[in-house]
Write a protein that binds this ligand. Structure first.
Ligand SMILES: [Zn+2]
Length: 220
């Protein structure tokens, strides 16, 4: 293989040749076969990332951001392989405990620049797939106030940027009896999630939980 052909290009070509081959083992049929799905689920779910602020809501994640799980998330986000959303939703379904009462999934808002680039809002799309499996509702209660992508290097700057980047939607009606399940793909610094929790709490949400596809252990 020529050196300048990156893995994304290879995946794109494979996708054209065999759109329904398992990303883990190449087996024809589905984008993720049951064996590879179980392989991911055998890994340890990273329930709590490092350095959480006090009284932070419980966090559930499919696993660590590495190997096949990382590869699936990457392809889903950057190659816009929508077929992966159902499989990622199934993984979430396996990992998340049963939640009582009314549950509303609140996807973390994607920047419009990213939506334009990828052709769809990957977090919202995933939220809808997962909601269908669990009979939850989806409500994009958080909106972006400006289209800045996090660029700050230190934690304090990132938190400040994230805090001013989100707002509660004008039409949002927060019910204190509802469970709000904040959904994001990857936890890296946690700055966006911290800001999202703060905004929801400020708007009156009492029961917040967090669902993630993966937790990155590389960044602090
Ligand atoms: Zn497989």
């Amino acid at each position: 293989m020529p050196k300048n052909v990156n893995i994304t290009t290879v995946i794109s070509i494979l996708d054209l040749l065999a759109p329904h081959s398992c990303r883990g083992c190449g087996h024809l049929g589905e984008v993720l076969c049951d064996r590879c799905k179980n392989y991911i689920l055998q890994g340890t779910p990273l329930i709590q990332p490092k350095s959480l602020p006090p009284h932070f809501p419980p966090i559930y994640s499919v696993g660590e951001r590495s190997g096949l799980l990382d590869q699936l998330i990457h392809e889903y986000k950057y190659n816009s392989t929508r077929a992966l959303a159902s499989k990622l939703a199934e993984l979430l379904d396996h990992r998340l405990p049963h939640l009582d009462g009314t549950v509303v999934i609140v996807p973390l808002p994607t920047s419009t620049a990213h939506i334009r680039e990828r052709g769809f809002d990957h977090t919202l799309h995933l939220a809808k797939k997962f909601a269908k499996l669990r009979h939850y509702k989806v409500a994009p209660l958080l909106v972006r106030t400006k289209n800045t992508v996090q660029v700050g290097t230190d934690r304090k700057t990132r938190l400040k940027q994230a805090d001013s980047a989100f707002a509660i939607s004008d039409h949002a009606k927060i019910n204190p009896a509802t469970t709000y399940l904040l959904l994001d793909d990857v936890w890296t610094t946690g700055a966006s999630m911290e800001a999202a929790v703060k905004k929801l709490r400020h708007a009156g949400a009492k029961d917040i939980k967090i669902a993630l596809l993966a937790v990155s252990t590389l960044d602090d």
